[in-house]
Ligand binder design. Structure first.
Ligand SMILES: Cc1cc2nc3c(=O)[nH]c(=O)nc-3n(C[C@H](O)[C@H](O)[C@H](O)COP(=O)(O)OP(=O)(O)OC[C@H]3O[C@@H](n4cnc5c(N)ncnc54)[C@H](O)[C@@H]3O)c2cc1C
Length: 240
């Protein structure tokens, strides 16, 4: 395996996205050529007391020209990397960042309808895709974003996706909540799986992108294949 090279970077902004999730804006040293494709991830080399010090995070922002990118990271209780990031990292902190990795990218031209399926911070690569399409004014067919969470306050970047839906008639945002009270939420409830099953019950051509933790991802891949979609139309990134 080739050795990963890490670049010097600084944290330039940190925002709370929810009670346990933060958005980190990071800038790689300007002398380093650093560019990524929407949907890729980076690794952070963290000074933690672990046999394996690197942790992978999907880039949550669209490609930029100033060496900056965003990560959205959920705190894992007892997790070494996230505890370090949440407790020790502040604006101005130094981080070691790898070159971009991964292939959860969009092929152009976009020749098919797209369905994104994700939960929690699995939204990150798809936020990157969507705002890359907006920034570069890329033509696309219908895009459905099915985003599963437990409660209203867990929906990351809610306002951004609502605004995007208003601006782009070809984009549909479908937040799905599994544990919200009916008096607080009149949107879609339950888990993400029945939502794409119903939406694509006519088996029309579509490309599926799935991102998040293993169980949701495994189930989604199985169910989409069982609907009759070729596995080549299903792209995914597992967080564990
Ligand atoms: C491609 C990819 C993208 C990801 N993107 C995101 C994202 O955008 N947002 C997000 O919140 N999370 C993301 N994750 C998950 C993230 O990488 C971490 O697993 C998560 O933040 C928990 O890290 P932790 O150090 O707090 O927990 P820990 O439990 O300390 O470590 C988590 C993981 O690190 C590895 N690890 C730790 N110690 C060892 C060891 N001794 N030997 C072998 N492996 C070890 C294991 O894979 C373990 O599951 C992504 C993961 C992958 C693979």
């Amino acid at each position: 395996m080739s050795t990963v090279i890490y670049h010097d970077a600084k944290v330039i902004e940190i925002t709370d996205l929810s009670a346990n999730t933060k958005n980190f804006v990071i800038q790689v040293d300007k002398n380093v050529p650093f560019s990524f494709k929407a949907g890729q991830f980076i690794m952070l080399d963290l000074p933690i007391d672990s046999h394996i010090r690197n942790r992978s995070y999907s880039i949550a922002s669209a490609p930029a020209t100033d060496n900056t990118f965003e990560l959205c990271i959920v705190l894992k209780p007892g997790g070494l990397g996230t505890t370090y990031l949440f407790n020790e990292i502040t604006v101005g902190s130094d981080l070691k960042v790898s070159d971009p990795l991964g292939k959860l990218t969009l092929s152009e031209p976009i020749d098919m309808e797209i369905c994104y399926v994700c939960t929690g911070t699995g939204i990150a690569p798809f936020r990157s895709h969507l705002f890359d399409l907006v920034n570069r004014k890329i033509e696309h067919q219908k895009i459905n974003l099915i985003f599963g969470n437990r409660k209203i306050e867990d929906i990351l970047y809610y306002d951004e996706f609502i605004a995007l839906e208003k601006a782009d008639p070809n984009f549909k945002f479908i937040p799905v909540l599994s544990r919200e009270l009916p008096e607080k939420w009149n949107g879609v409830t339950g888990y993400v799986h029945p939502v794409y099953e119903e939406l694509y019950s006519d088996k029309r051509q579509a490309r599926f992108f799935i991102c998040g933790w293993h169980n949701m991802l495994k189930e989604a891949r199985q169910r989409i294949e069982a609907m009759g979609y070729n596995r080549k139309l299903i792209r995914f990134e597992s967080y564990d």
